[in-house]
Design a protein around this ligand. Structure first.
Ligand code: UDP
Length: 450
C-alpha cells in the first residue's frame, strides 16, 4: 500500500492562529495527505473540544502544563520558543522512527526557528502566515529597514500598495514601545523566510493581487485561503462545517432563533474578537451608538467585558438588541438578517465578512487591524471606518452615522454589491481549480515526488 505523505502542522497556540492552520490541515488531508496538528500544553484544556476527524493531533510541552494561559504576553514568548524548540525536536525524532515518518513541517510564521529544528532532523519546512499579505509585506519592509520606526512622516509609500497614512500602518509603527516583544516577533517572521521553499499565506490571490504578485515574484509565496470551513464556501468537504476550536461557549440557539425573527439585512452584528478590551467610556459610546442607530443589533460582549456595559442598557434595549458573550460567528454572518458587521478588523473576522459577503463598519484597535481597515474601505470598498476623536474615543454620534451609512445609505448598497463580488472570488479561490486549490495541490504533488 502506498504510504500517505505525512505533514506536521504547528500553530502558535492562540485561536486566531490555530483555526486557520487547522482549516489548512483539513484541506491537505482532503487531498490525501496524513496531517498531524501539533498543539502545545498551555492549550490542552481548551483542546477538550477538539476531536480527531480527518486530522490527527499531538500535544507537546510549551512549559505551561496547566493550560489556560493563551495570551501572547512578552514574558511568555521567549520561554515558549525555548521549550517548544526542544519538545518539537523530540516529537519529530519520535515520529521519524514511527510508521509514519513526517516529510514536512508547516510552522506558524511567528516561530521562524522551527525551520532549523525540522531541517536538522531531515524534515523540510515552510512558514504559514496567518495575517494579510499586505501586513506581511509591511513587516518585511520593516525587517529590511525600509520603514522608519516609529513612523515620523504622515504617510508611507511601499511597493504595490496604496499610500498608507499614519493610522493605516500596524499599530506597532506608531507606538514602538507598547509591545516590544510582540514587535520583535512580527519583524522576526522575516529573519529566515528566504530559506523556505514554500511560503503559505491565509489570503486569496484576487483579494490582494498586487501585493501577492510583488511578493510571489521574489519568493515562493502561495496563497491558500480563505481558511474558512468548506461548507461556507465551496461545500466540497462535507464534514467541514465549523472551526473546531471554540475558546468560549457560544450562545448559538439564542442568536440564531433571535435572528430568524428579523427581516433580511435589518441587523447590525457587532463583535471585537477574542482579545480586544474596550475602555468603559468606549463601551458606553458603542452601546448608545448602536441603540441610537435604531437598527436591530446582535452584540458580542465577552464575559470579562460585561461589567463595562452601561447601567440599564440591557433593560432599555430589549426590543432592539441581543447581547451575548460569544456567538457562532460564521453562522451569524451567513444569516440573511445581518445587514452589516461592526468589527475590530481582526484578519479572521475580515476574511469571514469578505467570504460571506457582509459589508463592514470598521473600528480597528491595534496590531494589523488599522491596515485591514484601510483595505476594507479604500481597496475592497466594502465598509466605512469609524473616526476616532481627539481623545482617542469613537463617539456614539460617529457610530450611529457610520452604521446608518452602511445600513441605509446609497454607499451602503454599493458596499453590499462589492461584498458579494469578494464572496464569489473567495469561493472561486478554494473551489476545484481555483488559485488556492491549485497551490495546495501543487505543494502536495511536489512533496509526493521529493
Ligand atoms: N468569533 C466567534 N464568535 C464570536 C466572536 C468571534 O466565533 O462571538 C471568532 C471569529 O469567527 C474569528 C475569531 O473569533 O474567527 C476572531 O478572530 P480575529 O482574527 O478576527 O480576531 P482576534 O480574536 O484574533 O482579535
Amino acid at each position: 500500500m502506498e504510504r500517505k505523505t505525512h505533514i506536521l502542522v504547528i500553530p502558535y497556540p492562540i485561536p486566531g492562529h490555530i483555526n486557520p492552520m487547522l482549516q489548512f490541515s483539513k484541506r491537505l488531508a482532503s487531498k490525501g495527505a496524513r496531517v498531524t496538528l501539533v498543539t502545545t500544553t498551555s492549550l490542552s484544556k481548551s483542546m477538550e473540544s477538539l476531536q480527531e476527524g480527518s486530522v490527527y493531533f499531538e500535544t507537546i510541552s510549551d512549559g505551561y502544563e496547566e493550560g489556560g494561559n493563551l495570551k501572547i504576553v512578552d514574558a511568555r514568548l521567549e520561554h515558549f520558543s525555548l521549550v517548544v524548540a526542544q519538545s518539537l525536536a523530540e516529537l519529530i525524532e519520535r515520529q521519524n522512527s514511527s510508521q509514519h515518518p513526517p516529510k514536512f513541517l508547516v510552522y506558524d510564521s511567528v516561530m521562524p526557528w522551527a525551520l532549523n529544528v525540522a531541517r536538522q532532523l531531515g524534515v523540510d519546512g515552510a512558514p504559514f502566515f496567518t495575517q494579510s499579505c499586505a501586513v506581511n509585506a509591511i513587516y518585511h519592509h520593516a525587517h529590511q529597514g525600509s520603514i522608519e520606526m516609529p513612523l515620523k512622516t504622515p504617510s508611507v509609500s511601499l511597493p504595490s500598495m496604496p499610500s498608507l497614512g499614519i493610522n493605516d500602518v500596524p499599530s506597532f509603527f506608531n507606538d514602538t514601545a507598547s509591545y516590544p516583544a510582540l514587535l520583535k516577533v512580527v519583524i522576526n517572521q522575516f529573519s529566515n523566510f528566504q530559506e523556505a521553499n514554500w511560503i503559505f499565506c491565509n489570503t486569496y490571490d484576487k483579494l490582494e493581487h498586487e501585493v501577492v504578485n510583488w511578493m510571489a515574484s521574489r519568493w515562493p509565496v502561495k496563497t491558500v485561503g480563505p481558511t474558512i470551513p468548506s461548507m461556507f464556501l465551496d461545500k466540497r468537504l462535507e464534514d467541514d462545517k465549523e472551526y473546531d476550536l471554540n475558546l468560549f461557549k457560544p450562545n448559538a440557539d439564542a442568536c440564531m432563533n433571535w435572528l430568524d425573527t428579523k427581516e433580511i439585512g435589518s441587523v447590525v452584528y457587532a463583535s471585537f474578537g477574542s482579545l480586544a478590551a474596550l475602555g468603559e467610556e468606549q463601551m458606553a459610546e458603542v452601546a448608545w451608538g448602536l441603540k441610537n442607530s435604531n437598527c436591530y443589533f446582535l452584540w458580542v460582549v465577552r464575559a470579562s467585558e460585561e461589567k463595562k456595559l452601561p447601567i440599564n442598557f440591557l433593560q432599555e434595549t430589549t426590543e432592539k438588541g441581543l447581547v451575548v458573550t460569544w456567538c457562532p460567528q460564521l453562522d451569524v454572518l451567513a444569516h440573511k438578517a445581518i445587514g452589516c458587521f461592526m468589527t475590530h478588523c481582526g484578519w479572521n473576522s475580515t476574511l469571514e465578512a469578505l467570504s460571506l459577503g457582509v459589508p463592514m463598519v470598521a473600528m480597528p484597535q491595534w496590531t494589523d487591524q488599522p491596515t485591514n481597515a484601510k483595505f476594507i474601505v479604500d481597496v475592497w470598498k466594502v465598509g466605512v471606518r469609524i473616526k476616532v476623536d481627539e481623545k482617542g474615543i469613537v463617539t456614539r454620534e460617529e457610530i450611529e452615522m457610520c452604521v446608518r451609512e452602511v445600513m441605509e445609505g446609497e454607499r451602503g448598497k454599493e458596499m453590499k454589491k462589492n461584498s458579494m463580488r469578494w464572496k464569489e472570488l473567495a469561493i472561486e479561490a478554494v473551489d476545484a481549480g481555483g488559485s488556492s486549490d491549485k497551490n495546495i495541490e501543487e505543494f502536495l504533488a511536489k512533496l509526493a515526488h521529493s
